[in-house]
Design a protein around this ligand. Structure first.
Ligand SMILES: [Zn+2]
Length: 55
C-alpha cells in the first residue's frame, strides 16, 4: 500500500505522489500544510490524482 500526500486547508482537490510537488506546496495564503494518507483514501474523499507528479 503506497502513501500519497494531500493538502490541509482549502484547495484540497488532488492527491500527490510526490511530497515536494509544487502544486502541493503552493498557494501559501491558503496552505496549512500537508498530510500523508493511504492510497485508497483520496478516492473515498473524491480526490483525483495530481497530473504534475503522477508517475
Ligand atoms: Zn502533485
Amino acid at each position: 500500500m503506497g502513501t500519497v500526500h494531500v493538502r490541509i486547508g482549502d484547495h484540497r482537490t488532488k492527491c500527490h505522489m510526490d511530497a515536494d510537488c509544487p502544486s502541493l506546496n503552493g498557494k501559501q495564503d491558503t496552505h496549512l500544510g500537508q498530510e500523508p494518507m493511504s492510497e485508497d483514501e483520496p478516492k473515498k474523499q473524491g480526490l483525483t490524482a495530481c497530473q504534475h507528479c503522477k508517475r
